[in-house]
Design a protein. Structure first.
Lengths: 291, 238
């Protein structure tokens, strides 16, 4: 038997990031990326983009989240109770997105321009937004982890997902797909700057909130998470894509390989962001420690 | 009716009796404990160790109930928050949502037996038959709800009759744990909270826990129990 010393100091949550929690991290990111790509693809009316986002959400997001569950075959219990929590609503968004998206893809392929296609695009778009935003709402609602209690978190997750969506749209355009490359690049640039601003605001707000929030920010900047934060988020996720974006803006045209490299960096940055947010989420000590 | 518990911090002798009693009562796998002892040092140059016996707080406004996507976690009319392991999907949202960190996900590595790789003890074999713990679901203290229900069916009074009282309360040799109805102003728990300044952990979360603590001396440097007089007054042994 042991004394639970861990309850008197800041303890980070482990269930949703350590060991099998890695699956949930991937699921959370894939949900944001897939949803963001679908919304961007709606803007470009890109069938390829919609199909890839459908695969990302249906296979990667749905698959990893199911694998994470302790009793995956009971998942139907989650989707039958939307009134319970945002986790249930998120699962429902995913299931409905997969169904509605499949019908929309078929309609777009065989009956383009029909009223049914437009209706399904609207409904699937709403569901894609739901898939993108719900993970942020889940974290925001957790009372015991001050680092997550911010309305900026769902906003950040949505912006990060749309940024990834624009990035993948660039790749689709370079591969000869149905996306306007120049518009996709502009979207990436704007979303990149928006992401940077929201990340700074989010960290600043978390640092101001409570002592444990400050600890979480310190963990990002100077603690065990620092290499992932500085290399993953700042260098790969922001600096390199920003440098490529500025270069392409100034030079007018740059090598396709460099653009693809920038998109890969963006995706690694998005993954690192989710990882750091989950990893740095810490609880208040259960019992206030003596001064 | 709302069942609740009062933990007298000045009486706890850190014997781990509550932890052991719970393990025996519920045949808990070795990797998990429902009640826990939180130890912390108080006092600068002349430190003493305070011990909090903590368990699920059976919150009135429980974050775990709000979080559970399947309805596996529910709050009974008597205030006890229970987990139906047959409905639990193992999403661990409740584990993360509990601000008191009082829930545990039972993974395979937490249920490897008392002697991993060896034959199971008779106690473990009996436990597998009598109290099924499902790997891949979450668990927590349930105030020995089986004892309470069985006791009430026999006309017994939880907190007074031992057969209807949680095992940890029965076992505590220092009588640091008291169980009873928080809604009854004449119950022992209500009296202790009223007269000895019962407090809840983290009231700022607005969860209204059903577990109260009395005689906390966090941050104080006195070496004497905080309210020896009161302890003596109700017959708590030294």
């Amino acid at each position: 038997m042991e004394m639970h010393q861990w309850m008197i100091s800041y303890t980070r949550q482990t269930e949703w990031i350590d060991k099998r929690g890695i699956l949930l991290w991937i699921a959370f990111y894939a949900g944001g990326l897939g949803g963001g790509l679908y919304l961007v693809s709606l803007y470009f009316n890109s069938l390829w983009g919609m199909f890839i986002s459908w695969l990302i959400i249906g296979v990667i997001k749905g698959g990893t989240h199911l694998l994470f569950l302790g009793k995956p075959w009971r998942f139907w219990r989650i989707i039958s109770r939307p009134q319970t929590s945002w986790l249930a609503r998120g699962f429902i968004f995913v299931v409905l997105f997969v169904g509605s998206g499949a019908i929309q893809l078929m309609l777009s392929h065989w009956m383009p321009g029909s009223v049914a296609e437009i209706l399904f695009k609207v409904s699937t778009g709403i569901l894609a937004f739901g898939v993108t935003v719900y993970t942020g709402i889940i974290l925001k609602n957790i009372k015991g982890v001050p680092f997550w209690n911010s309305i900026l978190l769902p906003i950040l997750f949505v912006l990060c997902g749309i940024l990834g969506g624009f990035g993948l749209s660039v790749v689709i355009a370079l591969a000869g797909g149905d996306v306007n490359l120049s518009a996709a690049e502009w979207g990436s640039r704007i979303l990149l700057i928006a992401n940077v601003l929201v990340i700074i605001l989010y960290l600043f707000q978390a640092e101001q909130r409570e002592e444990v929030g400050k600890q979480s920010v310190m963990e990002q900047l100077r603690g065990n998470n620092a290499p992932i934060f500085w290399i993953g988020i700042v260098s790969l996720g922001i600096a390199i894509p920003l440098a490529i974006a500025v270069t392409s803006l100034v030079a007018g045209e740059i090598a396709s390989g460099l653009l693809v490299f920038g998109v890969i960096c963006e995706i690694i940055g998005g993954l690192a962001l989710r990882y750091c947010v989950l990893k740095a989420g810490a609880y208040q000590p259960l019992v206030a420690k003596a001064q | 009716m709302r069942w609740g518990m009062v933990v007298d911090l000045s009486s706890c002798v850190r014997c781990f009796g509550c932890v052991a009693a719970c393990r025996i009562e519920h045949y808990l796998p070795m990797g998990i404990t429902w009640p826990k002892l939180v130890a912390l040092e108080t006092g600068g140059d002349n430190p003493t160790v305070s011990t909090y016996s903590v368990r699920c707080n059976q919150c009135k406004d429980a974050p775990c109930v709000e979080a559970c996507p399947t309805g596996a976690t529910t709050r009974r009319p008597d205030g006890i928050v229970v987990v139906d392991q047959d409905k639990c999907v193992g999403c661990r949202y409740c584990v993360v949502a509990c601000p008191y960190q009082n829930r545990t996900f039972l993974s395979k590595d937490k249920d490897q037996g008392f002697f991993p790789g060896r034959v199971q003890t008779d106690f473990e074999k009996a436990g597998k038959k009598l109290y099924r713990h499902q790997i891949g679901t979450t668990e927590k203290c349930n105030f020995c709800v089986e004892r309470i229900d069985a006791g009430l069916a026999k006309g017994l009074k939880p907190g007074i009759d031992r057969d209807a009282t949680p095992a940890c309360v029965n076992t505590c040799p220092a009588r640091a744990l008291t169980f009873g109805d928080l809604d009854d102003p004449d119950s022992e728990v209500s009296r202790l909270i009223r007269e000895r300044g019962g407090f809840q952990l983290h009231p700022e979360y607005n969860t209204d826990p059903s577990v109260y603590f009395i005689d906390g001396k966090i941050g104080k440097t006195d070496t004497e129990p905080a309210s020896r007089k009161e302890s003596e007054a109700i017959g708590v042994p030294d």
